[in-house]
Design a protein around this ligand. Structure first.
Ligand code: 4AD
Ligand code: MG
Length: 450
């Protein structure tokens, strides 16, 4: 039994039903006649009120129980519909598993996020981080559920690869430092920046596939939305075009967010309160609205008209949008998520389908308020010759990617897909503004704690 299950089955509980719960103590209040312990077991952000009366206080050494103590309690559950918490457990036995040393850094008083980033192994014992990680877990579950219920096959994309999918040269290399000339893999190998190319291979055969894996980028970006190790979710669908996967992205996001709101009301309330009540209405507004789709060309016109709003006022067709431009479009123009499509090909990776204007590719970036780019995707270049020519233009060696070109030669059904930056999704749903606070053990340039 755990606290979440108990709270979800209140209707079935009868006064004095007996339960045993294990967990950690967050508060120990009261006097010599009656004590109230606040117990959390990690299943929910809600705590269970544990009541100890009379002689039991001495017998069970309640005075020794400090913040962080692990305990096992058994007793009678009492329904308390009139108090702030709907149930309490009146203890008949209590076992202290371990108390916490005096220097336990998680104390009741407010601690800063900066301080907590120094102790990633303990910060999940705060109410805030427990809540964030429970929502993160819900999103993992909902993503798998969505794909599995909609006919997608999970593909284990390799972590170690011999290619740089995005071609941005931001790979972390894997090799044996003592043996520069004798690579373990007999060729240079990298931690993958994306599982897309491998997912594409499997989409041709399984039709609808997805990866959910850690990806790595040696970007030297010290921003609140970049990590060196982050998780990416990459669906890839054969027989699908750009528009099909934009619709998929929209439906998927709305479904997993709606289910998380439904299944984690206590956690979402905590996060909503932190945002002065704006988080849940914003998410619901997105769920209820049609996704806006905007052409890159139109976007440039809008930015041009508003250019005095920006630090970077040099606005022209062909420019890469900076984070301030992306946020402006999502926050001020659309006031919600927006898919920008048809970017100039120079801004995008080699594998994207070239539009008939010869300037743009069938790509989309999904931008959201507060974060900017949440996902990026495209229809893939299906024409062998075009792909070959693009590799040449970009000076990318063809030989290591020959297998990828060859896919086009064997009954190829054109495919489209996208990648969701999973931590950015967690930021969007929790309202947390720094990406380091939505992953248990963040890895950033110059930062690898534990
Ligand atoms: O836009 P990106 O680079 O697209 C791809 O990797 C494609 N291969 C995806 C595909 O079509 N299958 O990355 C996808 C998403 C971005 O939109 C962003 O949300 C996230 O991954 N992302 C990062 N998240 C955290 N830290 C970083 N350094 C990130 N770089 C990208
Ligand atoms: Mg991108």
């Amino acid at each position: 039994m755990n606290i979440k299950k108990l709270l979800n089955s209140l209707k079935k509980i009868k006064d004095n039903d007996q339960y045993t719960i294990e967990g950690w103590i967050l508060a120990n209040r009261g006097n010599e006649k009656i004590r109230f312990l606040s117990l959390n077991d990690g299943s929910t952000s809600d705590n269970l009120q544990v009541v100890i009366k009379g002689k039991n206080i001495l017998d069970f050494k309640i005075d020794k129980i400090n913040l962080g103590t692990s305990v096992k309690v058994s007793g009678a559950l009492i329904l308390t519909p009139k108090s702030p918490q709907p149930i309490e457990l009146v203890v008949s036995t209590l076992e202290i598993i371990n108390t916490s040393d005096d220097d336990y850094p998680i104390q009741k008083k407010e601690t800063t996020l900066d301080f907590l980033r120094e102790i990633p192994h303990l910060r999940h014992k705060t109410n805030l981080f427990r809540t964030i990680m429970l929502i993160r877990n819900s999103l993992v579950f909902e993503l798998h559920k969505y794909f599995q219920e909609n006919g997608f096959i999970n593909v284990a994309s390799p972590i170690i690869t011999s290619n740089d999918c995005e071609g941005a040269g931001e790979t972390l290399e894997v090799n044996n430092p003592n043996n520069k000339n004798d690579y373990f893999f007999k060729e240079r190998a990298y931690l993958g920046v994306s599982g897309q190319l491998h997912a594409e291979a499997y989409a041709n055969g399984f039709k609808k596939v997805y990866t959910f894996a850690p990806t790595f980028r040696a970007e030297n970006s010290h921003t609140s939305r970049h990590l060196a190790e982050f998780w990416m979710v990459e669906p890839e669908v054969a027989f699908a075009n750009l528009n099909d996967v934009i619709l998929l992205a929209d439906n998927l996001l709305k479904t997993i967010i709606a289910n998380t709101l439904k299944n984690y009301p206590s956690e979402m309330k905590i996060l909503n309160d932190l945002k002065n009540g704006t988080l849940i209405p914003t998410l619901k507004d997105f769920i209820n609205k049609d996704l806006k789709i905007l052409d890159y060309k139109e976007t440039i016109k809008i930015l041009e008209k508003n250019k005095n709003m920006f630090e970077d006022q040099n606005i022209f067709f062909g420019m890469d949008l900076s984070s301030e431009h992306e946020k402006f479009i999502a926050e001020k123009i659309v006031n919600g998520p927006v898919a920008l499509i048809n970017y100039p090909k120079e801004l995008k990776a080699f594998y994207m389908y070239q539009n008939t204007d010869n300037k743009t590719v069938a790509a989309f970036d999904l931008l959201v308020p507060g974060i900017g780019e949440l996902m990026g995707g495209s229809q893939r270049e299906s024409r062998y010759k075009k792909l070959e020519q693009r590799l040449k233009e970009l000076n990318i060696k063809q030989e290591p990617l020959q297998w990828y070109l060859d896919l086009r030669r064997y009954g190829y059904a054109p495919s489209s897909g996208f990648g969701i930056g999973f931590e950015r999704l967690v930021m969007y749903v929790t309202g947390i503004s720094n990406i380091r606070d939505v992953i248990p053990f963040p890895r950033t340039p110059g930062g690898i704690k534990m």
